[in-house]
Design a protein around this ligand. Structure first.
Ligand SMILES: *Cc1c(COP(=O)(O)O)cnc(C)c1O
Length: 399
Protein backbone atom coordinates (compact mmCIF):
# COMPACT_ATOMS: atom_id res chain seq x y z
CA UNK A 1 0.00 0.00 0.00
CA UNK A 2 1.60 3.28 -1.01
CA UNK A 3 1.58 5.85 1.72
CA UNK A 4 -1.02 8.56 1.21
CA UNK A 5 -0.86 10.52 4.44
CA UNK A 6 0.02 13.68 2.53
CA UNK A 7 -1.16 15.87 -0.28
CA UNK A 8 0.55 18.25 -2.65
CA UNK A 9 0.14 21.96 -2.07
CA UNK A 10 0.77 24.67 -4.65
CA UNK A 11 2.05 27.96 -3.22
CA UNK A 12 1.06 29.86 -6.36
CA UNK A 13 -2.66 29.06 -6.48
CA UNK A 14 -3.08 27.57 -3.01
CA UNK A 15 -4.74 24.43 -4.39
CA UNK A 16 -4.22 20.97 -2.89
CA UNK A 17 -3.74 17.84 -5.00
CA UNK A 18 -4.13 14.31 -3.69
CA UNK A 19 -1.28 11.82 -3.50
CA UNK A 20 -2.90 9.09 -5.61
CA UNK A 21 -0.42 9.77 -8.38
CA UNK A 22 3.06 11.27 -8.30
CA UNK A 23 3.12 14.91 -9.32
CA UNK A 24 5.93 17.16 -10.42
CA UNK A 25 4.30 20.60 -10.83
CA UNK A 26 0.80 21.94 -10.17
CA UNK A 27 -1.11 21.05 -13.34
CA UNK A 28 -2.89 24.41 -13.36
CA UNK A 29 -0.06 26.81 -12.57
CA UNK A 30 2.60 25.11 -14.67
CA UNK A 31 0.57 25.55 -17.88
CA UNK A 32 1.96 28.99 -18.60
CA UNK A 33 5.57 28.24 -17.64
CA UNK A 34 8.21 29.39 -20.10
CA UNK A 35 11.97 29.00 -20.01
CA UNK A 36 12.68 32.66 -19.35
CA UNK A 37 10.88 32.99 -15.99
CA UNK A 38 10.87 30.98 -12.76
CA UNK A 39 8.43 28.09 -13.01
CA UNK A 40 5.12 28.38 -11.23
CA UNK A 41 3.46 25.44 -9.56
CA UNK A 42 6.37 23.93 -7.61
CA UNK A 43 4.63 21.70 -5.07
CA UNK A 44 5.09 21.22 -1.34
CA UNK A 45 4.07 18.03 0.43
CA UNK A 46 1.76 18.66 3.34
CA UNK A 47 1.07 15.88 5.83
CA UNK A 48 -2.36 15.11 7.17
CA UNK A 49 -3.12 14.45 10.83
CA UNK A 50 0.21 15.38 12.27
CA UNK A 51 -1.07 17.56 15.06
CA UNK A 52 -1.03 14.62 17.48
CA UNK A 53 2.69 13.92 17.02
CA UNK A 54 4.29 14.03 20.46
CA UNK A 55 7.67 12.51 20.99
CA UNK A 56 9.63 11.08 18.14
CA UNK A 57 13.21 10.13 17.58
CA UNK A 58 14.82 11.68 14.53
CA UNK A 59 14.44 8.60 12.33
CA UNK A 60 10.81 8.14 13.32
CA UNK A 61 10.20 11.79 12.51
CA UNK A 62 11.54 11.24 9.02
CA UNK A 63 9.40 8.20 8.42
CA UNK A 64 6.37 10.10 9.64
CA UNK A 65 7.17 13.10 7.45
CA UNK A 66 8.47 11.41 4.32
CA UNK A 67 6.32 9.65 1.72
CA UNK A 68 8.09 6.33 2.28
CA UNK A 69 6.82 2.93 3.33
CA UNK A 70 9.93 1.58 4.92
CA UNK A 71 13.39 2.59 6.00
CA UNK A 72 14.75 -0.40 4.05
CA UNK A 73 14.34 1.56 0.83
CA UNK A 74 16.86 4.18 2.01
CA UNK A 75 20.40 3.96 0.60
CA UNK A 76 22.90 1.99 2.68
CA UNK A 77 25.29 4.97 2.78
CA UNK A 78 25.45 7.26 5.79
CA UNK A 79 23.55 10.31 4.56
CA UNK A 80 22.79 13.17 6.87
CA UNK A 81 23.60 12.63 10.56
CA UNK A 82 26.38 15.12 9.91
CA UNK A 83 28.39 16.86 12.64
CA UNK A 84 27.16 20.04 14.33
CA UNK A 85 30.17 21.89 15.73
CA UNK A 86 29.98 24.65 18.33
CA UNK A 87 32.58 27.43 18.43
CA UNK A 88 33.00 30.40 20.75
CA UNK A 89 35.74 32.04 18.75
CA UNK A 90 36.37 33.48 15.31
CA UNK A 91 40.08 33.61 14.65
CA UNK A 92 41.40 35.65 17.58
CA UNK A 93 38.03 37.08 18.47
CA UNK A 94 36.00 35.66 21.38
CA UNK A 95 32.30 35.27 20.57
CA UNK A 96 29.60 35.85 23.17
CA UNK A 97 27.22 33.47 21.46
CA UNK A 98 27.48 29.95 20.04
CA UNK A 99 28.58 29.78 16.44
CA UNK A 100 27.35 26.45 15.11
CA UNK A 101 28.56 24.93 11.85
CA UNK A 102 26.43 22.14 10.44
CA UNK A 103 28.91 20.26 8.32
CA UNK A 104 27.05 18.75 5.41
CA UNK A 105 30.22 18.34 3.42
CA UNK A 106 30.43 15.10 5.43
CA UNK A 107 27.93 13.38 3.17
CA UNK A 108 28.95 10.54 0.83
CA UNK A 109 29.37 12.78 -2.23
CA UNK A 110 30.58 15.69 -0.06
CA UNK A 111 27.60 17.98 -0.43
CA UNK A 112 24.19 18.74 1.07
CA UNK A 113 22.56 17.47 -2.15
CA UNK A 114 22.74 13.89 -0.86
CA UNK A 115 19.75 14.65 1.36
CA UNK A 116 17.53 15.21 -1.68
CA UNK A 117 19.02 12.33 -3.69
CA UNK A 118 18.33 9.97 -0.79
CA UNK A 119 14.61 10.55 -0.78
CA UNK A 120 14.31 10.58 -4.57
CA UNK A 121 16.20 7.30 -4.80
CA UNK A 122 14.26 5.63 -1.97
CA UNK A 123 10.94 6.74 -3.44
CA UNK A 124 11.97 5.43 -6.86
CA UNK A 125 12.93 2.11 -5.28
CA UNK A 126 9.55 1.75 -3.60
CA UNK A 127 7.86 2.45 -6.92
CA UNK A 128 10.04 0.07 -8.97
CA UNK A 129 11.66 2.86 -10.99
CA UNK A 130 15.27 2.11 -11.86
CA UNK A 131 16.41 5.09 -13.95
CA UNK A 132 16.71 8.61 -12.58
CA UNK A 133 17.81 11.66 -14.53
CA UNK A 134 18.87 15.08 -13.34
CA UNK A 135 20.30 18.35 -14.53
CA UNK A 136 22.79 19.93 -12.22
CA UNK A 137 25.46 22.60 -11.87
CA UNK A 138 27.58 19.77 -10.47
CA UNK A 139 26.69 18.72 -6.95
CA UNK A 140 23.16 17.42 -7.52
CA UNK A 141 24.55 15.31 -10.34
CA UNK A 142 27.50 13.88 -8.45
CA UNK A 143 25.18 13.27 -5.52
CA UNK A 144 22.55 11.42 -7.51
CA UNK A 145 25.28 9.39 -9.19
CA UNK A 146 26.69 8.30 -5.81
CA UNK A 147 23.35 7.47 -4.26
CA UNK A 148 22.14 5.55 -7.32
CA UNK A 149 25.37 3.56 -7.39
CA UNK A 150 24.71 2.50 -3.81
CA UNK A 151 21.14 1.47 -4.65
CA UNK A 152 21.90 -0.30 -7.96
CA UNK A 153 19.89 2.29 -9.87
CA UNK A 154 20.82 3.92 -13.16
CA UNK A 155 21.61 7.65 -13.08
CA UNK A 156 21.74 9.96 -16.08
CA UNK A 157 23.34 13.30 -15.34
CA UNK A 158 23.29 16.45 -17.47
CA UNK A 159 25.98 18.95 -16.53
CA UNK A 160 27.19 22.13 -18.20
CA UNK A 161 30.56 21.47 -19.87
CA UNK A 162 32.08 24.14 -17.65
CA UNK A 163 31.24 22.40 -14.35
CA UNK A 164 34.21 22.07 -11.96
CA UNK A 165 36.42 19.12 -12.86
CA UNK A 166 35.99 17.25 -9.56
CA UNK A 167 32.21 17.16 -9.98
CA UNK A 168 32.44 15.86 -13.57
CA UNK A 169 34.92 13.20 -12.48
CA UNK A 170 32.74 12.14 -9.55
CA UNK A 171 29.78 11.51 -11.85
CA UNK A 172 31.76 9.17 -14.06
CA UNK A 173 33.55 7.41 -11.23
CA UNK A 174 30.19 6.61 -9.66
CA UNK A 175 29.29 4.95 -12.93
CA UNK A 176 26.53 7.29 -14.04
CA UNK A 177 25.91 8.28 -17.63
CA UNK A 178 27.28 11.81 -18.05
CA UNK A 179 25.79 14.10 -20.67
CA UNK A 180 27.84 17.29 -21.05
CA UNK A 181 25.60 20.11 -22.18
CA UNK A 182 27.01 22.76 -24.45
CA UNK A 183 25.36 25.53 -22.50
CA UNK A 184 24.50 26.57 -18.98
CA UNK A 185 22.54 24.90 -16.19
CA UNK A 186 19.23 26.32 -17.40
CA UNK A 187 19.68 24.61 -20.75
CA UNK A 188 20.66 21.35 -19.04
CA UNK A 189 17.49 21.65 -16.96
CA UNK A 190 15.21 21.90 -19.97
CA UNK A 191 16.98 19.11 -21.83
CA UNK A 192 16.66 16.79 -18.86
CA UNK A 193 12.92 17.33 -18.67
CA UNK A 194 12.55 16.56 -22.35
CA UNK A 195 14.59 13.38 -21.86
CA UNK A 196 12.57 12.19 -18.88
CA UNK A 197 9.28 12.88 -20.61
CA UNK A 198 10.42 11.04 -23.74
CA UNK A 199 11.87 8.01 -21.95
CA UNK A 200 9.69 7.77 -18.86
CA UNK A 201 12.65 8.29 -16.50
CA UNK A 202 12.16 9.67 -13.01
CA UNK A 203 13.41 13.25 -12.86
CA UNK A 204 15.25 14.56 -9.80
CA UNK A 205 15.53 18.17 -10.97
CA UNK A 206 15.58 20.52 -8.08
CA UNK A 207 12.34 22.50 -7.63
CA UNK A 208 10.66 20.27 -10.16
CA UNK A 209 10.52 17.05 -8.24
CA UNK A 210 8.82 17.91 -4.89
CA UNK A 211 10.88 15.22 -3.17
CA UNK A 212 13.94 17.49 -3.37
CA UNK A 213 12.54 19.99 -0.87
CA UNK A 214 11.26 17.13 1.27
CA UNK A 215 14.63 15.42 1.28
CA UNK A 216 16.48 18.56 2.19
CA UNK A 217 14.27 19.30 5.17
CA UNK A 218 15.88 16.43 7.08
CA UNK A 219 18.64 18.85 8.09
CA UNK A 220 16.19 20.80 10.26
CA UNK A 221 15.05 17.66 12.10
CA UNK A 222 18.68 16.81 12.76
CA UNK A 223 19.55 20.27 14.03
CA UNK A 224 16.54 20.11 16.34
CA UNK A 225 17.71 16.75 17.72
CA UNK A 226 21.36 17.79 18.00
CA UNK A 227 20.39 20.87 20.00
CA UNK A 228 18.51 18.70 22.48
CA UNK A 229 15.08 19.25 20.88
CA UNK A 230 15.67 22.92 20.40
CA UNK A 231 16.15 25.32 17.52
CA UNK A 232 18.92 27.84 16.82
CA UNK A 233 18.09 31.57 16.80
CA UNK A 234 19.66 32.46 13.48
CA UNK A 235 20.44 30.29 10.47
CA UNK A 236 22.56 31.32 7.45
CA UNK A 237 21.87 29.41 4.24
CA UNK A 238 23.60 29.80 0.86
CA UNK A 239 21.00 30.26 -1.88
CA UNK A 240 21.02 29.57 -5.61
CA UNK A 241 17.75 28.06 -6.83
CA UNK A 242 16.31 28.35 -3.33
CA UNK A 243 15.60 24.69 -2.65
CA UNK A 244 17.95 24.17 0.30
CA UNK A 245 16.54 27.18 2.10
CA UNK A 246 12.99 26.04 1.38
CA UNK A 247 13.87 22.62 2.77
CA UNK A 248 15.27 24.23 5.92
CA UNK A 249 12.09 26.28 6.35
CA UNK A 250 9.87 23.28 5.57
CA UNK A 251 11.59 21.07 8.15
CA UNK A 252 11.15 23.61 10.91
CA UNK A 253 7.60 24.30 9.72
CA UNK A 254 6.70 20.60 10.01
CA UNK A 255 8.03 20.66 13.58
CA UNK A 256 6.03 23.81 14.28
CA UNK A 257 2.83 22.37 12.80
CA UNK A 258 3.00 19.26 14.92
CA UNK A 259 3.74 21.26 18.03
CA UNK A 260 7.28 20.03 18.69
CA UNK A 261 8.57 23.62 18.55
CA UNK A 262 6.70 26.85 19.24
CA UNK A 263 8.63 29.31 17.08
CA UNK A 264 10.72 29.35 13.92
CA UNK A 265 14.38 30.35 13.79
CA UNK A 266 15.22 33.49 11.81
CA UNK A 267 16.53 32.16 8.52
CA UNK A 268 18.82 34.34 6.41
CA UNK A 269 19.19 33.79 2.66
CA UNK A 270 22.72 34.53 1.47
CA UNK A 271 23.31 35.02 -2.25
CA UNK A 272 26.33 36.02 -4.28
CA UNK A 273 26.04 39.62 -5.51
CA UNK A 274 26.58 38.30 -9.01
CA UNK A 275 23.75 35.78 -8.68
CA UNK A 276 21.16 37.42 -6.46
CA UNK A 277 17.96 36.86 -8.38
CA UNK A 278 15.92 35.66 -5.41
CA UNK A 279 17.00 38.40 -3.01
CA UNK A 280 16.69 41.14 -5.64
CA UNK A 281 13.20 40.14 -6.77
CA UNK A 282 11.73 39.36 -3.37
CA UNK A 283 9.69 42.51 -2.97
CA UNK A 284 9.01 43.31 -6.58
CA UNK A 285 6.30 42.36 -9.04
CA UNK A 286 8.46 43.43 -11.93
CA UNK A 287 10.77 40.45 -12.01
CA UNK A 288 14.12 40.69 -13.76
CA UNK A 289 16.79 38.05 -14.11
CA UNK A 290 20.21 39.29 -15.16
CA UNK A 291 22.69 36.51 -16.01
CA UNK A 292 24.65 35.14 -13.07
CA UNK A 293 28.42 35.60 -13.20
CA UNK A 294 29.59 34.54 -9.74
CA UNK A 295 32.47 32.07 -9.48
CA UNK A 296 30.56 30.19 -6.77
CA UNK A 297 29.25 27.68 -9.32
CA UNK A 298 26.76 25.88 -7.05
CA UNK A 299 24.79 29.08 -6.44
CA UNK A 300 25.22 30.52 -9.91
CA UNK A 301 21.76 30.47 -11.50
CA UNK A 302 20.12 32.84 -13.93
CA UNK A 303 16.53 31.91 -13.24
CA UNK A 304 15.98 30.62 -9.72
CA UNK A 305 13.89 27.51 -10.12
CA UNK A 306 12.36 27.64 -6.69
CA UNK A 307 11.72 31.37 -6.63
CA UNK A 308 8.06 31.25 -5.62
CA UNK A 309 8.42 28.70 -2.83
CA UNK A 310 11.50 30.42 -1.40
CA UNK A 311 9.69 33.74 -1.60
CA UNK A 312 6.66 32.24 0.14
CA UNK A 313 8.77 31.05 3.07
CA UNK A 314 10.93 34.18 3.27
CA UNK A 315 7.85 36.39 3.43
CA UNK A 316 5.82 34.13 5.73
CA UNK A 317 8.39 33.73 8.49
CA UNK A 318 10.96 35.94 10.14
CA UNK A 319 13.86 35.99 7.73
CA UNK A 320 16.62 38.08 6.27
CA UNK A 321 18.58 38.48 3.04
CA UNK A 322 22.22 39.31 2.41
CA UNK A 323 24.37 39.48 -0.69
CA UNK A 324 28.13 39.01 -0.70
CA UNK A 325 30.82 39.67 -3.31
CA UNK A 326 32.98 36.92 -4.76
CA UNK A 327 35.94 38.46 -2.95
CA UNK A 328 34.07 38.25 0.37
CA UNK A 329 33.15 34.66 -0.41
CA UNK A 330 36.77 33.62 -0.93
CA UNK A 331 37.94 35.55 2.12
CA UNK A 332 35.26 33.78 4.14
CA UNK A 333 36.38 30.42 2.75
CA UNK A 334 39.90 31.15 4.00
CA UNK A 335 38.66 32.39 7.37
CA UNK A 336 36.49 29.34 7.92
CA UNK A 337 39.20 26.91 6.83
CA UNK A 338 41.94 28.52 8.89
CA UNK A 339 39.80 29.13 11.99
CA UNK A 340 38.14 25.73 12.24
CA UNK A 341 39.78 23.29 9.86
CA UNK A 342 36.64 23.19 7.74
CA UNK A 343 37.28 23.92 4.06
CA UNK A 344 34.16 24.93 2.08
CA UNK A 345 33.60 25.26 -1.64
CA UNK A 346 32.75 28.85 -2.69
CA UNK A 347 28.95 28.40 -2.62
CA UNK A 348 29.13 27.09 0.90
CA UNK A 349 31.55 29.82 1.96
CA UNK A 350 28.89 32.30 0.85
CA UNK A 351 26.85 31.37 3.93
CA UNK A 352 29.84 32.05 6.16
CA UNK A 353 30.48 35.33 4.33
CA UNK A 354 26.84 36.23 4.98
CA UNK A 355 27.32 35.56 8.68
CA UNK A 356 30.48 37.73 8.74
CA UNK A 357 28.66 40.58 7.03
CA UNK A 358 25.60 40.30 9.27
CA UNK A 359 27.79 40.39 12.35
CA UNK A 360 29.41 43.63 11.16
CA UNK A 361 26.04 45.25 10.64
CA UNK A 362 23.91 43.98 13.51
CA UNK A 363 24.16 43.03 17.12
CA UNK A 364 23.94 39.29 17.72
CA UNK A 365 22.24 38.52 21.04
CA UNK A 366 24.45 37.28 23.85
CA UNK A 367 24.28 33.54 24.38
CA UNK A 368 22.15 33.04 21.30
CA UNK A 369 22.84 30.24 18.83
CA UNK A 370 23.88 31.18 15.32
CA UNK A 371 24.09 28.41 12.77
CA UNK A 372 25.91 28.44 9.44
CA UNK A 373 24.96 25.70 7.01
CA UNK A 374 28.08 24.28 5.37
CA UNK A 375 26.86 22.71 2.16
CA UNK A 376 29.85 21.49 0.15
CA UNK A 377 33.50 20.48 0.45
CA UNK A 378 36.29 22.78 -0.72
CA UNK A 379 37.93 19.86 -2.50
CA UNK A 380 35.15 20.02 -5.07
CA UNK A 381 36.55 23.24 -6.46
CA UNK A 382 40.21 23.78 -5.69
CA UNK A 383 40.71 25.91 -8.82
CA UNK A 384 38.92 28.91 -7.30
CA UNK A 385 40.73 28.55 -3.99
CA UNK A 386 44.05 28.31 -5.80
CA UNK A 387 43.54 31.46 -7.84
CA UNK A 388 42.46 33.28 -4.68
CA UNK A 389 45.66 32.21 -2.91
CA UNK A 390 47.77 33.24 -5.90
CA UNK A 391 46.14 36.68 -6.02
CA UNK A 392 46.70 37.07 -2.33
CA UNK A 393 50.37 36.15 -2.60
CA UNK A 394 50.78 38.73 -5.37
CA UNK A 395 49.10 41.44 -3.27
CA UNK A 396 51.33 40.63 -0.32
CA UNK A 397 54.43 41.04 -2.45
CA UNK A 398 53.28 44.45 -3.66
CA UNK A 399 52.66 45.73 -0.12
C1 LIG B 1 23.08 23.44 -4.52
C2 LIG B 1 23.99 24.10 -3.57
C3 LIG B 1 23.66 25.30 -2.92
C4 LIG B 1 22.40 26.07 -3.21
O1 LIG B 1 21.21 25.36 -3.09
P1 LIG B 1 19.89 25.86 -3.84
O2 LIG B 1 18.87 24.86 -3.50
O3 LIG B 1 20.21 25.91 -5.30
O4 LIG B 1 19.57 27.22 -3.33
C5 LIG B 1 24.55 25.81 -2.00
N1 LIG B 1 25.71 25.19 -1.75
C6 LIG B 1 26.08 24.06 -2.36
C7 LIG B 1 27.39 23.45 -2.05
C8 LIG B 1 25.23 23.46 -3.28
O5 LIG B 1 25.61 22.35 -3.91
Amino acid sequence: MPKENYHYHCVNCGKDWDAKEFRYLCPDCSKGNSIDAPPKGVLLMHYDDISHVEQYSEDELLLQFWPLESRTSLPPLKIGHTPLYTFRHLGEEILEYDLLIKDDSQNPSYSFKDRASTLVSAYAKEHQIDTIVTASTGNAGSSLAAVCASQQQKAIILLPKAAPLAKLVQVEMYGAQLIKVDGNYDQAFDESIQLSEKNGWFNRNTAYNPLTIEGKKSVSFEIYEQLGKNIPDLVFVPVGDGVIISGVFKGFEDLLKCGLIDRMPKIVAVQAEKSANIVENLHSDNLSFPAATTKADSISVDIPRNFYVAKHFLLTYESGTITVSDQQIMQAALKMSSSYGIFPEPASAAAFAGYLKYKEEQEIARNSQVLVLHTGSGLKDVANALSFLEEKAKDNKQD
